[in-house]
Design a protein around this ligand. Structure first.
Ligand SMILES: Cc1cc2nc3c(=O)[nH]c(=O)nc-3n(C[C@H](O)[C@H](O)[C@H](O)COP(=O)(O)O)c2cc1C
Length: 159
């Protein structure tokens, strides 16, 4: 019998993570993105990073087509941005300062860090696809991260 999905979500919620907006494009000038915490560093040599994308997400076809993505790591003051990209559909990039990286995928201004990747492998994994990307560019600035734990946003304690 399959483990109950809501119980798995509750238990996995105890694994505290950062929060990212993973972006891509559709090859015709339109940007897509979603909030994600199923993100991981995989390998340093070669430099590989993975993201898990829900096949039911509206942005999924764009990831599948473009085979590029940017992991935009959110800072502690970007909870509103995380909420914006966690709502399905619509143009989430309205009035959002961003620039195109070498892959054409959008890099969000003001993010704590970004990792730009070209997909080198896509693994079918239940209701998600695991995209493994080779890192093409990456950079990080100063600041503190936005955190997600037990279904809520948090900040690192001060002091
Ligand atoms: C903290 C947080 C983490 C999330 N992590 C993921 C993830 O790793 N992969 C994913 O596909 N969806 C994840 N989601 C859900 C998507 O952000 C959500 O389904 C979004 O509406 C998809 O947008 P779209 O349908 O416009 O593509 C997460 C949501 C939140 C709030």
């Amino acid at each position: 019998m399959a483990f109950d999905r809501n119980e798995l979500r509750r238990v996995m919620g105890h694994f505290a993570t950062g929060v990212a907006v993973v972006t891509t494009h559709d090859g015709q000038g339109r940007c897509y993105g979603l909030t994600a915490n199923a993100v991981s560093s995989v390998s340093l040599d070669p430099p590989l990073v993975l993201v898990c994308v829900d096949k039911r997400a509206e942005s999924y076809p764009a990831f599948d087509r473009s085979q590029v993505f940017v992991v935009n790591v959110l800072g502690e003051h970007q909870e509103e941005l995380s909420r914006r990209f966690a709502v399905s559909g619509g143009d989430k990039f309205v009035d959002l300062p961003c620039r195109s990286g070498g892959t054409g995928a959008p890099i969000l201004e003001g993010a704590l860090a970004h990792i730009e990747c070209r997909v080198v492998a896509a693994h079918d994994a239940g209701d998600h696809t695991i995209y493994v990307g080779e890192v093409e560019s990456a950079d990080a600035g100063e600041g503190r991260p936005l955190l997600f734990f037990r279904g809520r946003y948090h900040q690192l304690p001060r002091g």
